[in-house]
Design a protein around this ligand. Structure first.
Ligand SMILES: [Zn+2]
Ligand SMILES: [Zn+2]
Length: 603
């Protein structure tokens, strides 16, 4: 029996769609198309004032000050006007002017936003104007195509309108932002639009609701998901898998509380460096608040695991110690940033902290990376790169000496080279207390997500004065490794829902098997079959509704259950089940024992 989940990679066509920064040609096309858009809008809506029109990953947008929102019909008219401008073959002409000349021309047009843009250009930089033919111009630095004919009139489109504020400032008037996309060929445009549709179909917020995995409640608050029995089953399966892998690798389980005294996070440095991302302090009185004698929700688990390390005298023989916890942490994300599971205010990290001797660092680091690769393999996440997230030497936000940072960064570099993984360096991406190795996963729709993380830390052992007794009796500092292969369970599940389009592989599906009795008469036999499967650890339910069979099949398809077992008179008489795989494949009739054998192989 084959794995029922369709390969996620099938969502991706061989046509490679380039991001703007990957193609100078597309950058020129997309940028110039945004000017053509502005020109078309001002032709059709003379009252509209132009502001800015930058490129995006796969297109561009332009913000207009216009009294009424643009309608879908407006977008159609604007698009036609743009095609007319493109076909005219207008030359794009660069003109360098003095600041005074630019001001004079902008004032003549009555465009206040352009004046602000002019004023924001630093003194001494050249001021350039780009003309589209002799009818329209904009203040801009480029780059552009040389003639509008270089834009393919069949390879661009306008996608949507949204409200936006001038320079993101909510006190300023609201602008109308028109989003568009532009490509070299109509085929690329078509493929891009297909992917947009596919992304909508796979959206985990939509699918999560349809599959009944999690909910949000106003009364609970934004960014705080509630997990239903199905969604929680999914979490348990993921947790159990990782717990087993960790046990094999000598991890030790710990559990720690959700809140702690502010003092704990002062020692770790979170209070000083990370406070705006934490929930506000709980204090018993105003005096206590003023003295910062209160409790906070934990933004990270590390300081708790450190306390467990510190609770006993450790010898060099005890190390490495690897404490693991599925620890829920709380971060005060701005409410505007919340959306589904990828940004939440409370989430569970598959956290572990390794306390190692300096001579064990490299080996332990490699073992952690190996575990992450095992996890990705099990989840069938194949397309990823490792980002070496290092400090920005010009910034002062980091704790610790440059020498320690160099040591840690070099250990990460050596490990990655040893494993010959695809990787790149991300300068300025480090946490404030140490460099990291982050795994960036590219999904079926070519979008990038950050998943697992490994981090080397010399700072916390110092701040908390950790030590172990070395072979010669001296006190030595351990090094810490922070690691989380999943990253956060919430985020991972959001990504998995979209990657699998809701078709979880058998081992992960919250409901693996659904039994469909053709009528109430066979409920007794259905129950027997269910109990037999349940005893073997299969997650199985009976559809005991009074619906007719075709309706039951449709419901099971909608719930994306990997296997349906239809039971009626023939099955009851022969002790069999009629097996149907998700997406319509009929596998014929099997004894319950044979069915069990086959699905156990998928678990
Ligand atoms: Zn431009
Ligand atoms: Zn940590």
């Amino acid at each position: 029996m084959s794995q029922p989940a369709a390969s996620p990679q099938q969502a991706n066509s061989p046509l490679k769609l380039l991001r703007t920064h990957e193609s100078p040609k597309l950058e020129r096309i997309r940028h110039t198309t945004s000017h053509v858009l502005a020109m078309a809008v001002q032709r059709l809506f003379p009252k509209a004032q132009v502001t800015i029109g930058p490129t995006t990953d796969y297109g561009f947008y332009y913000d207009f000050d216009h009294p009424e929102p643009f309608t879908p019909e407006d977008l159609e008219r604007i698009k036609k006007e743009m095609q007319a401008i493109i076909k005219k073959g207008l030359p794009v002409i660069r003109e360098e002017v003095s600041r005074e000349e630019a001001r004079r021309r902008i004032e003549a047009l009555g465009e206040p936003y352009k004046l602000e843009i002019l004023d924001s250009i630093p003194e001494g930089e050249p001021i350039t104007i780009y003309h589209l033919g002799d009818e329209w111009w904009d203040l801009c630095a480029g780059p552009h195509v040389e003639n509008t004919k270089e834009i393919n009139p069949k390879a661009f489109d306008l996608l949507s309108v949204a409200g936006a504020y001038w320079r993101g400032d909510e006190t300023k008037p609201q602008l109308q932002r028109i989003y568009g996309t532009a490509w070299e060929t109509p085929e690329e445009l078509k493929e891009y639009k297909r992917r947009l549709e596919e992304a909508k179909r796979r959206d985990h917020r939509k699918l999560g609701k349809e599959l009944g995995l999690f909910i949000f409640a106003d009364e609970v608050g934004p960014g705080l998901p509630l997990w239903t029995p199905k969604g929680t089953t999914l979490r348990w399966v993921l947790e159990d898998f990782l717990k087993q892998e960790q046990l094999k690798r000598g991890y030790l389980p710990v559990v720690t509380p959700h809140i702690a005294r502010v003092d704990l996070f002062k020692i770790s440095g979170h209070w000083q460096k990370y406070r705006e991302d934490m929930f506000p302090m709980m204090a018993e009185s105003e005096e206590a608040r003023a003295a910062e004698q209160g409790f906070v929700m934990k933004p990270m688990n590390c300081p708790f695991h450190i306390q467990i390390y510190k609770s006993e005298l450790r010898s060099y023989r005890d190390l490495p110690l690897r404490y693991a916890e599925f620890g829920t942490v709380y971060r005060y994300e701005q409410s505007g940033e919340l959306g589904g599971l990828t940004r939440v205010r409370g989430f569970t990290v598959d956290d572990a902290h390794l306390f190692v001797r300096p001579d064990q660092l490299e080996e332990e680091f490699l073992k952690v990376v190996d575990l992450i690769l095992v996890v990705f393999d099990k989840l069938k996440l194949k397309d990823f790169r490792a980002r070496l997230s290092f400090r920005d030497p010009k910034s002062d936000k980091y704790l610790g000496s440059p020498e320690e940072w160099d040591m840690a960064e070099n250990a990460i570099r050596r490990a990655v080279e040893k494993l010959s993984m695809p990787h790149f360096e991300g300068i300025g991406e480090a946490a404030f207390y140490g460099p990291k190795l982050d795994f960036i996963f590219r999904d079926a729709l070519d979008r990038e997500w950050q998943l697992g993380t490994v981090q080397v830390d010399y700072q916390n052992p110092q701040r908390f004065d950790l030590y172990y007794v070395a072979e010669d009796g001296s006190r030595q500092r351990p090094v810490m490794i922070h690691r989380a292969p999943f990253g956060s369970l919430e985020r991972l599940i959001g990504i998995l829902i979209e990657e699998y389009a809701g078709d979880f592989p058998f081992w992960l599906a919250p409901e693996q098997v659904r039994i469909l009795p053709v009528s109430d008469e066979y409920l007794g036999y259905a129950t027997q079959v269910r109990d037999q499967l349940r005893e073997q650890g299969i997650r199985v339910h009976i559809d005991a509704d009074s619906d007719r069979l075709p309706k039951k099949i449709r419901n099971a398809e909608k719930a994306k259950v990997p296997f349906m077992l239809i039971v009626g008179e023939k099955e009851q008489a022969t002790g069999t089940v009629s097996v149907r795989q998700r997406h319509g494949q009929d596998l014929g009739s099997l004894t319950v024992a044979d069915f069990l054998d086959q699905v156990q192989a998928l678990n």
